[in-house]
Structure formats: structure tokens, C-alpha cells
Design a protein around this ligand. Structure first.
Ligand code: TTP
Ligand code: MG
Length: 373
């Protein structure tokens, strides 16, 4: 998922390249995050050159009537991913909308992954269009490697990619969005502190709209502001994620690049500032989290088969319970039923609510490795 922030001006006139001079944190790793530019739309533009210069969006037909993505010409009108078709048409009446063709995106993804594999075995795909690469062992600089990879992708697939290069996954991922499209940004270890300070908290993975609103209520918008809060406060506000936030807002992220990782499940959970006291409150919260889950599924696991649905609750006395059922579609009514079951197991108010799916195992073998970037 790209974590966009309305707070960050991106000055593309400035080269985004920071020197490696001082070293004061874990400098031993060099991680590249590659993210294809307007991926599904770019593939469609390549396949139908007559549409290449027109505002173009992909999706809209299935179920919810929202766009999966659009090209940069459409973005100038304010059209965005996950936008309902009617809204996109209001903003850009001349928008051309084409249906999703996953087979094409999968094969483009495979071609891109073949380029990565020539440089490193340490590749962690996040979705069809993005991956982390650990290139710490290579002699050339991260910047040179990223440049070469992007050039190879362009000549072999006619698609452009953007890259972020940094000492860890957090920094690399944020940086890849910095000079999009068809650009890259290097953040040397000595510049991590500077890079993080001005950054909106919204850019940190795991900080979604709800968490950022909650932080804003405490006057916290930037990572520098978040850095003033201690671990106890963060844990009170965000549970165990609060402790991760303590490091993340300082640009510290020790997560390894996990090669060949196959996602077994997808879920999101939320710790509430005030416990939810009624089933009705839980249902409302669950509906919001359900929308986010469906969006994440569309983006990160469009071709995975769902085997199980689950709802997890943590009560005010810290006891946890998980309700699961078999299911292949993430229907809200079924999650509500799971919530009813889980809620009925305790009379306590709810501190944390999680919603998720587990994927079918037969779906996660070598085929998935082939399909992912
Ligand atoms: P992104 O990398 O988020 O977006 P993008 O590649 O289209 O554009 P950008 O240049 O900003 O990176 O997502 C990759 C693909 O995933 C995108 O082309 C379509 C799909 N997708 C969805 O299906 N639903 C969504 O909500 C989003 C954000 C993306
Ligand atoms: Mg992309």
C-alpha cells in the first residue's frame, strides 16, 4: 500500500540524493523498494497505445464500482485509486475506463521479477507491482543498482518503475514515492534523522486515517512531534503497535527482507482510545475495518483464494478471543455474525477489534511465487 500524505510537499525540482558521510545507525543494510508507476494503467497503455495520452482508469466494472488505479494524466484531474466511478467521471468527464485484466498484470509482474532476480535473491514481493530488494551484498551503490534495474525494466517491459533506496524497509518504501513517476530517491543512513523529522506520521506503515486523526488530536502531525512521546504513552494509545511506532518515527526498522514470503492471511486490527461498550459500537467499527480489508485484498491479494474469515476481540481485561468460519467471500454480514459469536463470549467492553481472512493453502505454493513480483 502506498502511504500518501497531503501534508508533504514533494519538490521534484530538487534532486533527492543524500550523501553518505556520517554513520550513526545500522548502516550495514542497503534496501531498495521498487514500485511500478500506475501499474495496471501502464500495462493497459502499453497494450493500447492509442489510449496512452488520454486520461485512463482501470476497473469500475466489478462489484463495488470503484477504480483500481488510473494513469498520471487522469490524476491531474484528481482521479485516484479506489474512487467510485461516478466521482471520477464528475472530475474528468473524458476519462476512459477499461476493465481489469489480471493475466496481463501477472505476466508483466513476472517479467519485472525476472529483472530483480538477476541482481539479488533477497526479494520480498508485496503485491504484483512492488517489492523490497536487499542488495547489501553487492559492490555497486544502491542508487546505481536501482538505476540499472529501472532501466532494464523499462527496456524489457516498456513500463516505468520508481525506487527508494535506504538502510531499511521503512525508509526505502517512503522514498520510492518521493520522485514518482519514473524517479528514485536515496536516503543515506546519515540523513535518516533529517528525512524523518519533517515527515507526516501518515507516511509510516500502519498509521492509517484513524490513527493519524487520533494523533492530530494530540497536536501530533510530524514524526518529530511523535518523537517527543515516550513508550508508555505510545503503548497506552496504540497497544503493542505503539512500541513499534517509537522506533518507526525515528526511522528505525530492523525488519528483514523476507525472500519468498507467502502471505497466509490478511487482516487489520485496531485498539480503541476508549473501549467499545456495546455490540452496536463494535458493529460500526467492524464495518469501517471491513471496508479497509476489502481494499487491501483488492490491492495486495487480488488473485488469492480465501478459505476462512475471522474476527478477533481483545476485552478490557485483556482476554482475547477469535471467531472463525469457512468462507470464500469477505462478506460483511458473515463478519458481523462472527462478531456476534465473539462478543457473546464475554460481557467485558472491547479494547481491540481485528478482522481478517486466511488464504487457501493450495493457493500459496510455487504458483504464488511465480505470480508475485
Ligand atoms: P499502487 O502501487 O498503489 O498504485 P499504482 O501503481 O497504480 O500507482 P503509483 O504510480 O502511485 O504506484 O498499486 C498497484 C496496483 O494495485 C494498481 O495499479 C492497481 C492495484 N490497486 C487496486 O487494485 N486497488 C487499490 O486500491 C490500489 C491503491 C491499487
Ligand atoms: Mg505502483
Amino acid at each position: 500500500m502506498l502511504i500518501k500524505s497531503p501534508h508533504i510537499p514533494i519538490d521534484k525540482s530538487k534532486p533527492c540524493h543524500f550523501d553518505k558521510k556520517k554513520k550513526f545507525m545500522n548502516t550495514s543494510r542497503r534496501i531498495i523498494h521498487i514500485d511500478m508507476d500506475c501499474f495496471y494503467a501502464a500495462v493497459e497503455m502499453r497494450e493500447r497505445p492509442e489510449l496512452a495520452n488520454r486520461p485512463l482508469a482501470v476497473g469500475g466494472a466489478s462489484g463495488r464500482g470503484v477504480l483500481t488505479t488510473c494513469n498520471y494524466a487522469a490524476r491531474k484531474f484528481g482521479v485516484r485509486s479506489a474512487m467510485p466511478v461516478f466521482k471520477a467521471r464528475e472530475l474528468c468527464p473524458q476519462l476512459v475506463i477499461v476493465p481489469v485484466r489480471f493475466d496481463l498484470y501477472r505476466s508483466a509482474s513476472k517479467a519485472v521479477r525476472a529483472v530483480f532476480a538477476r541482481y539479488t535473491e533477497m526479494i520480498e514481493p508485496l503485491s504484483l507491482d512492488e517489492a523490497y530488494l536487499d542488495v547489501s551484498h553487492l559492490k555497486s551503490s544502491g542508487s546505481e543498482i536501482a538505476q540499472e534495474i529501472r532501466a532494464a525494466i523499462q527496456s524489457e517491459t516498456e513500463l516505468t518503475a520508481s525506487a527508494g533506496i535506504g538502510p531499511n524497509k521503512l525508509i526505502a518504501k517512503i522514498a520510492s514515492d518521493w520522485n514518482k513517476p519514473n524517479g528514485q530517491c536515496v536516503v543515506a543512513p546519515s540523513k535518516v534523522n533529517l528525512f524523518m523529522r519533517e515527515l507526516s506520521v501518515r507516511r509510516i506503515w500502519g498509521v492509517g486515517p484513524k490513527s493519524s486523526i487520533r494523533l492530530a488530536k494530540h497536536g501530533i502531525k510530524t514524526c518529530a512531534q511523535l518523537q517527543t512521546r515516550d513508550k508508555t504513552w505510545l503503548a497506552q494509545e496504540f497497544g503493542s503497535f505503539g512500541l513499534e511506532l517509537y522506533n518507526l518515527c525515528r526511522g528505525i526498522d530492523e525488519r528483514p527482507v523476507e525472500a519468498n514470503r507467502i502471505r497466509k492471511s490478511l487482516s487489520n486490527e485496531q485498539t480503541f482510545p476508549e473501549n467499545l461498550k456495546s455490540l452496536e459500537n463494535c458493529r460500526e467499527a467492524l464495518s469501517i475495518q471491513h471496508r479497509e480489508l476489502v481494499e487491501e485484498l483488492g490491492k495486495n491479494a487480488p488473485d488469492r483464494r480465501i478459505a476462512k474469515l475471522l474476527v478477533k476481540l481483545k476485552f478490557s481485561d485483556f482476554r482475547r478471543t477469535t471467531a472463525e468460519m469457512s468462507g470464500t467471500q469477505p462478506e460483511l454480514t458473515r463478519f458481523h455474525k462472527l462478531l456476534d459469536d465473539a462478543w457473546g463470549r464475554s460481557g467485558e467492553p472491547v479494547r481491540l477489534l481485528g478482522i481478517g481472512v486466511r488464504f487457501a493453502e493450495s493457493d500459496g505454493g510455487s504458483e504464488q511465487l511465480e505470480l508475485g513480483l
